[in-house]
Design a binder for this molecule. Structure first.
Ligand SMILES: NC(=O)c1ccc[n+]([C@@H]2O[C@H](COP(=O)([O-])OP(=O)(O)OC[C@H]3O[C@@H](n4cnc5c(N)ncnc54)[C@H](OP(=O)(O)O)[C@@H]3O)[C@@H](O)[C@H]2O)c1
Length: 162
């Protein structure tokens, strides 16, 4: 399974149920990387999507313990057991864990490849991703140049399990 996330310098990823910053280049990168794939998210991340609708062109899976949860255009699953049974149906390389903090914490160990956008800025945050640079187990196997958009610098990294 793959993981994709954008972090700030403190590995913050969200605040008040939303992203820290919308960066149009990074949104396109996310779209291109996940297009045609299977995206797996927690209920709170689903609720942060525009119009609370599935992202088009992808199989959307939402995890929640809320009974009879309706998520337009998504497969709704109620437990880890259901998730593991569902993802058996797909190639591992096609699976993308797209957040949020709770889901990254629970399932990072299932992920062999991490696509991490580092935003060279610090924001007030209430959700964080584990700092994989301080955690043994992954190596950076590719990095883009530093990109600048409206004065904001960011960079894409690909990490793979050692
Ligand atoms: N920077 C980024 O790249 C990025 C990416 C994604 C999200 N985010 C941000 O992250 C924040 C959301 O993260 P979050 O940690 O609050 O929430 P989350 O991980 O999106 O969703 C957590 C919810 O998922 C469900 N869930 C998780 N594990 C489950 C399990 N094993 N079985 C059944 N249901 C399970 C539960 O839903 P119920 O409560 O309904 O049971 C849980 O409350 C937002 O601010 C969002 O913008 C940032």
């Amino acid at each position: 399974m793959n993981l994709i996330v954008a972090v700030d310098q403190n590995w913050g990823i969200g605040k008040d149920g939303d992203l820290l910053k919308r960066i149009s280049g990074d949104m396109k990168y996310f779209r291109n990387t996940t297009m045609g794939k299977v995206i797996i998210m927690g209920r709170r991340t689903f609720e942060s999507l525009p119009g609370k609708k599935a992202l088009p062109g992808r199989t959307n899976i939402v995890l929640t313990r809320t009974a009879n949860y309706a998520a337009q255009g998504c497969k709704v699953l109620g437990s880890e057991e259901e998730l593991f049974a569902e993802i058996e149906k797909y190639d591992r390389e096609d699976l993308f864990l797209i957040g949020g903090a709770k889901m990254y914490e629970e399932y990072i160990d299932c992920c062999d490849t991490l696509y991490i956008t580092k935003i060279y800025e610090t924001y007030e945050a209430d959700r964080y991703m584990v700092n994989v640079d301080k955690r043994d187990g992954y190596l950076v196997t590719w990095e883009s140049d530093v990109i600048e958009e409206d004065g904001l610098k960011y960079q894409y990294f690909k990490y793979e399990r050692k």
